[in-house]
Design a protein around this ligand. Sequence first.
Ligand SMILES: NC(=O)c1ccc[n+]([C@@H]2O[C@H](COP(=O)([O-])OP(=O)(O)OC[C@H]3O[C@@H](n4cnc5c(N)ncnc54)[C@H](OP(=O)(O)O)[C@@H]3O)[C@@H](O)[C@H]2O)c1
Length: 328
Amino acid sequence: MYQENENRYAEMIYRRVGNSGLKLSALSLGFWHNFGEVDRIDNQRAIMRRAFDSGITHFDLANNYGPPAGSAEINFGQIFKEDFKAYRDELVISSKAGFHMWEGPYGQGGSKKSIIASCNQSLKRMQLDYVDIFYHHCPDPETPLEETAHALDLLIRQGKALYIGISNYSPEQTKKIAEYFKAWQTPFISHQPQYNMFNRTIESELLTVLEQEGLGAIVFSPLAQGLLSNRYLNGIPKDSRAHRSDSPFLTEDQVESTLAKIKQLNDLAQNRDQSLAQMALAWNLRNPTVASVLVGASKVDQLNDNLKALANLEFSEAELNLINRILK
Ligand SMILES: NC(=O)c1ccc[n+]([C@@H]2O[C@H](COP(=O)([O-])OP(=O)(O)OC[C@H]3O[C@@H](n4cnc5c(N)ncnc54)[C@H](OP(=O)(O)O)[C@@H]3O)[C@@H](O)[C@H]2O)c1
């Protein structure tokens, strides 16, 4: 039987998502990796319990997380039912549709047909009546944006989602879809982009658009999938994402090509009495438009390490300049 930590809200920081009324824990837990059918369920449960016990209120899923696709939602649903059902109102649970999920013309994209069907499937797999945030996972150039917006708006009207988000949309696409949602008073609150020291694309334009539109950024891969941690300082571990054959998203070449910078960043983190992962998360959170960073973890120890980032979110000018120089 799961016994929750009574002091779970004591140490966490909560930040508002854009101009909405919703606050999220500064750290959220992502289910892209480590929660599939191929991963140990006892480890998944331990990570979820530790997250909730530390004040993390946001769990981020998608239809296609696994592998195989769908299995992260199934595992989440099982553990949720066994451990967290009583805490539903303390959790913000999200899912997404957009990337390839099932065969045929409706298994991906942004048509009304795909989005409504995918959300219904996700709710069934997760054994939930509604999700808190439902995202369109990636733009679909073949579907009129208005149709995608309509489908997302319908999920709100049906009570299947409380808030809407988009992910991987350009600044232009973000402004355009925001117009529809404003006209219909749809609670559109967030954009989920990638953001980390190695990928600062959002700093050039998207963050300004989000500020103007009153949207929050809930950012993914804040540790660049583990590069911005001590994971690869002494080689490539067999159980790491860069080594695992079921994860093609981080390659050994990427590790080799970034290692010199990782080592310099690690030295700076040590001078701040932080681990590199802690410094990387704090660096993301220095930006007020970032409502929450979505961290992944394959072990409870990694989550524990990441949670300590909140002890020091301050950077001096000199530190920020040094980071900029290292990243050049
Ligand atoms: N919207 C989108 O298109 C999109 C895309 C990607 C991700 N996301 C969301 O963002 C979430 C996070 O993405 P991500 O998993 O790439 O995030 P990440 O936090 O950048 O990387 C997580 C990985 O880093 C390693 N790690 C984490 N903490 C560590 C620590 N303290 N010390 C050493 N290694 C550590 C682990 O790698 P090992 O597995 O090697 O141990 C872990 O699996 C996803 O789960 C998903 O919810 C969304």
